[in-house]
Design a protein around this ligand. Structure first.
Ligand SMILES: Cc1cc2nc3c(=O)[nH]c(=O)nc-3n(C[C@H](O)[C@H](O)[C@H](O)COP(=O)(O)O)c2cc1C
Length: 195
Protein backbone atom coordinates (compact mmCIF):
# COMPACT_ATOMS: atom_id res chain seq x y z
CA UNK A 1 0.00 0.00 0.00
CA UNK A 2 1.08 3.60 -0.45
CA UNK A 3 -0.10 6.72 1.33
CA UNK A 4 -0.72 9.38 -1.29
CA UNK A 5 -0.80 12.32 1.14
CA UNK A 6 2.48 11.33 2.80
CA UNK A 7 4.05 10.60 -0.59
CA UNK A 8 3.13 14.11 -1.72
CA UNK A 9 4.26 16.08 1.33
CA UNK A 10 7.24 14.00 2.46
CA UNK A 11 9.67 15.66 0.09
CA UNK A 12 13.43 15.07 0.14
CA UNK A 13 13.98 18.02 2.48
CA UNK A 14 11.13 16.92 4.75
CA UNK A 15 12.63 13.42 4.98
CA UNK A 16 16.02 14.93 5.78
CA UNK A 17 14.48 16.77 8.72
CA UNK A 18 12.65 13.60 9.83
CA UNK A 19 15.98 11.79 9.71
CA UNK A 20 17.74 14.53 11.69
CA UNK A 21 15.02 14.45 14.37
CA UNK A 22 14.73 10.65 14.48
CA UNK A 23 11.19 10.30 13.11
CA UNK A 24 11.96 8.96 9.61
CA UNK A 25 11.33 5.29 10.42
CA UNK A 26 8.04 6.10 12.16
CA UNK A 27 6.88 8.22 9.22
CA UNK A 28 7.91 5.64 6.66
CA UNK A 29 5.47 3.22 8.30
CA UNK A 30 2.72 5.63 7.32
CA UNK A 31 3.87 5.37 3.73
CA UNK A 32 3.80 1.59 3.71
CA UNK A 33 1.09 0.61 6.20
CA UNK A 34 -1.70 3.13 5.67
CA UNK A 35 -3.53 4.81 2.87
CA UNK A 36 -3.95 5.26 0.01
CA UNK A 37 -6.09 8.30 1.06
CA UNK A 38 -6.59 9.30 -2.58
CA UNK A 39 -10.34 8.76 -2.74
CA UNK A 40 -12.91 10.06 -0.32
CA UNK A 41 -14.97 7.57 1.62
CA UNK A 42 -18.19 8.00 3.58
CA UNK A 43 -16.36 9.41 6.62
CA UNK A 44 -14.75 12.22 4.60
CA UNK A 45 -17.90 12.92 2.56
CA UNK A 46 -20.04 13.18 5.69
CA UNK A 47 -17.48 15.44 7.39
CA UNK A 48 -17.27 17.79 4.39
CA UNK A 49 -21.06 18.00 4.05
CA UNK A 50 -21.25 19.37 7.63
CA UNK A 51 -18.75 22.20 7.21
CA UNK A 52 -19.70 25.86 6.77
CA UNK A 53 -16.15 27.07 6.20
CA UNK A 54 -12.62 26.08 5.38
CA UNK A 55 -9.20 27.60 4.73
CA UNK A 56 -7.62 27.29 1.32
CA UNK A 57 -3.99 27.88 0.38
CA UNK A 58 -2.81 28.56 -3.15
CA UNK A 59 0.67 29.41 -4.45
CA UNK A 60 1.68 32.51 -6.42
CA UNK A 61 4.12 32.62 -9.35
CA UNK A 62 6.56 34.20 -6.89
CA UNK A 63 6.21 31.05 -4.71
CA UNK A 64 4.31 32.76 -1.90
CA UNK A 65 1.72 30.57 -0.21
CA UNK A 66 -1.54 32.45 0.24
CA UNK A 67 -4.32 31.37 2.61
CA UNK A 68 -7.90 32.59 2.38
CA UNK A 69 -10.91 31.74 4.51
CA UNK A 70 -14.03 30.58 2.69
CA UNK A 71 -17.44 30.49 4.28
CA UNK A 72 -20.99 29.74 3.21
CA UNK A 73 -24.10 27.71 4.00
CA UNK A 74 -23.37 24.31 5.57
CA UNK A 75 -22.35 21.89 2.83
CA UNK A 76 -21.42 24.59 0.30
CA UNK A 77 -18.24 22.63 -0.44
CA UNK A 78 -19.68 19.78 -2.48
CA UNK A 79 -18.24 16.32 -3.09
CA UNK A 80 -19.29 15.58 -6.67
CA UNK A 81 -17.53 12.24 -6.69
CA UNK A 82 -14.92 10.64 -4.40
CA UNK A 83 -12.14 12.46 -6.25
CA UNK A 84 -13.89 15.74 -7.11
CA UNK A 85 -14.86 18.68 -4.90
CA UNK A 86 -16.46 21.96 -5.92
CA UNK A 87 -17.55 25.30 -4.56
CA UNK A 88 -18.85 28.60 -5.87
CA UNK A 89 -16.54 31.63 -5.97
CA UNK A 90 -18.04 35.09 -5.60
CA UNK A 91 -17.35 38.41 -7.26
CA UNK A 92 -16.08 39.38 -3.80
CA UNK A 93 -13.54 42.06 -3.08
CA UNK A 94 -12.14 41.97 -6.64
CA UNK A 95 -8.59 41.29 -5.43
CA UNK A 96 -8.78 37.86 -7.18
CA UNK A 97 -5.67 36.58 -5.42
CA UNK A 98 -6.66 32.90 -5.31
CA UNK A 99 -8.02 33.14 -8.86
CA UNK A 100 -4.76 34.68 -10.12
CA UNK A 101 -2.66 32.11 -8.28
CA UNK A 102 -4.68 29.22 -9.67
CA UNK A 103 -4.24 30.56 -13.21
CA UNK A 104 -0.49 29.91 -12.89
CA UNK A 105 -0.38 27.05 -10.38
CA UNK A 106 -3.30 24.67 -9.92
CA UNK A 107 -2.09 23.27 -6.59
CA UNK A 108 -4.21 23.95 -3.51
CA UNK A 109 -4.31 22.86 0.09
CA UNK A 110 -7.45 22.96 2.24
CA UNK A 111 -7.95 22.53 5.94
CA UNK A 112 -11.43 21.88 7.29
CA UNK A 113 -12.11 22.27 10.99
CA UNK A 114 -14.75 20.67 13.19
CA UNK A 115 -14.19 22.54 16.45
CA UNK A 116 -16.96 20.98 18.58
CA UNK A 117 -15.72 17.45 17.82
CA UNK A 118 -12.05 18.43 17.63
CA UNK A 119 -11.40 17.01 14.19
CA UNK A 120 -9.58 18.38 11.17
CA UNK A 121 -9.24 17.19 7.61
CA UNK A 122 -6.45 18.23 5.27
CA UNK A 123 -6.90 18.07 1.52
CA UNK A 124 -4.46 18.46 -1.35
CA UNK A 125 -5.69 18.97 -4.85
CA UNK A 126 -5.53 20.66 -8.21
CA UNK A 127 -8.05 23.37 -9.02
CA UNK A 128 -9.83 24.01 -12.30
CA UNK A 129 -11.93 27.11 -12.72
CA UNK A 130 -15.17 27.27 -14.66
CA UNK A 131 -16.84 30.59 -15.37
CA UNK A 132 -20.56 30.61 -14.67
CA UNK A 133 -21.03 31.85 -18.24
CA UNK A 134 -19.20 28.82 -19.62
CA UNK A 135 -21.74 26.76 -21.59
CA UNK A 136 -19.78 23.63 -20.64
CA UNK A 137 -20.58 24.25 -16.98
CA UNK A 138 -23.18 21.50 -16.81
CA UNK A 139 -22.50 20.75 -13.19
CA UNK A 140 -23.36 24.28 -12.03
CA UNK A 141 -26.85 23.49 -10.74
CA UNK A 142 -25.33 20.90 -8.41
CA UNK A 143 -22.98 23.48 -6.88
CA UNK A 144 -25.14 26.57 -6.87
CA UNK A 145 -28.02 24.97 -5.02
CA UNK A 146 -27.77 27.41 -2.13
CA UNK A 147 -29.07 30.94 -2.14
CA UNK A 148 -25.91 33.03 -2.05
CA UNK A 149 -26.12 36.72 -1.23
CA UNK A 150 -23.18 37.56 -3.52
CA UNK A 151 -22.88 37.09 -7.28
CA UNK A 152 -21.35 33.72 -8.20
CA UNK A 153 -18.65 34.47 -10.75
CA UNK A 154 -16.98 31.10 -11.20
CA UNK A 155 -16.85 27.59 -9.83
CA UNK A 156 -13.72 26.05 -8.38
CA UNK A 157 -13.44 22.33 -9.13
CA UNK A 158 -10.85 20.52 -7.06
CA UNK A 159 -9.42 17.25 -8.34
CA UNK A 160 -8.38 15.41 -5.21
CA UNK A 161 -4.74 14.46 -4.89
CA UNK A 162 -4.94 13.15 -1.32
CA UNK A 163 -6.41 13.77 2.11
CA UNK A 164 -5.28 13.17 5.66
CA UNK A 165 -6.81 13.42 9.12
CA UNK A 166 -4.96 15.17 11.91
CA UNK A 167 -4.97 14.30 15.57
CA UNK A 168 -7.33 16.32 17.80
CA UNK A 169 -4.57 17.63 20.02
CA UNK A 170 -4.57 21.39 20.56
CA UNK A 171 -7.99 21.97 19.00
CA UNK A 172 -10.07 23.93 21.50
CA UNK A 173 -13.77 23.28 21.30
CA UNK A 174 -15.62 26.23 19.75
CA UNK A 175 -19.29 26.50 18.90
CA UNK A 176 -21.30 28.49 16.40
CA UNK A 177 -24.23 30.43 17.82
CA UNK A 178 -26.64 27.72 16.57
CA UNK A 179 -24.56 24.91 18.10
CA UNK A 180 -24.30 26.81 21.38
CA UNK A 181 -28.07 27.35 21.53
CA UNK A 182 -28.73 23.68 20.70
CA UNK A 183 -26.29 22.44 23.37
CA UNK A 184 -27.72 24.83 25.95
CA UNK A 185 -31.26 23.64 25.20
CA UNK A 186 -30.16 19.98 25.40
CA UNK A 187 -28.36 20.59 28.70
CA UNK A 188 -31.42 22.36 30.13
CA UNK A 189 -33.72 19.51 29.00
CA UNK A 190 -31.45 16.86 30.50
CA UNK A 191 -31.23 18.83 33.80
CA UNK A 192 -35.01 19.08 33.92
CA UNK A 193 -35.35 15.33 33.31
CA UNK A 194 -32.94 14.48 36.11
CA UNK A 195 -34.81 16.74 38.62
C1 LIG B 1 -20.80 41.02 -1.29
C2 LIG B 1 -19.75 40.00 -0.94
C3 LIG B 1 -20.15 38.77 -0.49
C4 LIG B 1 -19.20 37.77 -0.19
N1 LIG B 1 -19.61 36.55 0.25
C5 LIG B 1 -18.67 35.61 0.56
C6 LIG B 1 -19.05 34.34 1.05
O1 LIG B 1 -20.23 34.01 1.20
N2 LIG B 1 -18.08 33.45 1.36
C7 LIG B 1 -16.75 33.75 1.22
O2 LIG B 1 -15.92 32.90 1.52
N3 LIG B 1 -16.38 34.93 0.75
C8 LIG B 1 -17.30 35.88 0.43
N4 LIG B 1 -16.91 37.09 0.00
C9 LIG B 1 -15.50 37.34 -0.07
C10 LIG B 1 -15.00 37.24 -1.44
O3 LIG B 1 -15.45 36.23 -2.22
C11 LIG B 1 -13.51 37.36 -1.37
O4 LIG B 1 -13.25 38.44 -2.16
C12 LIG B 1 -12.73 36.23 -1.91
O5 LIG B 1 -12.83 35.17 -1.03
C13 LIG B 1 -11.35 36.80 -2.05
O6 LIG B 1 -10.53 35.84 -2.47
P1 LIG B 1 -9.01 36.18 -2.65
O7 LIG B 1 -8.44 36.54 -1.31
O8 LIG B 1 -8.46 34.93 -3.19
O9 LIG B 1 -8.88 37.34 -3.60
C14 LIG B 1 -17.83 38.06 -0.30
C15 LIG B 1 -17.45 39.34 -0.74
C16 LIG B 1 -18.38 40.29 -1.06
C17 LIG B 1 -17.93 41.64 -1.52
Amino acid sequence: MSHRFAETVFTKSVKEQQKAYGSLAHNEKLLTNFGPNDKMGSREIDFISRRDSFYMATVSETNWPYVQHRGGPTGFLKVLDPRLLAFADFRGNTQLISTGNISVNTRCSLILMDYPNRRRLKILGRIRMENTTDPAAEILPEIITDKFSAVVERVFLIDLTAFDWNCPQHISRRYTEAEFMENTALAAASKEQSN
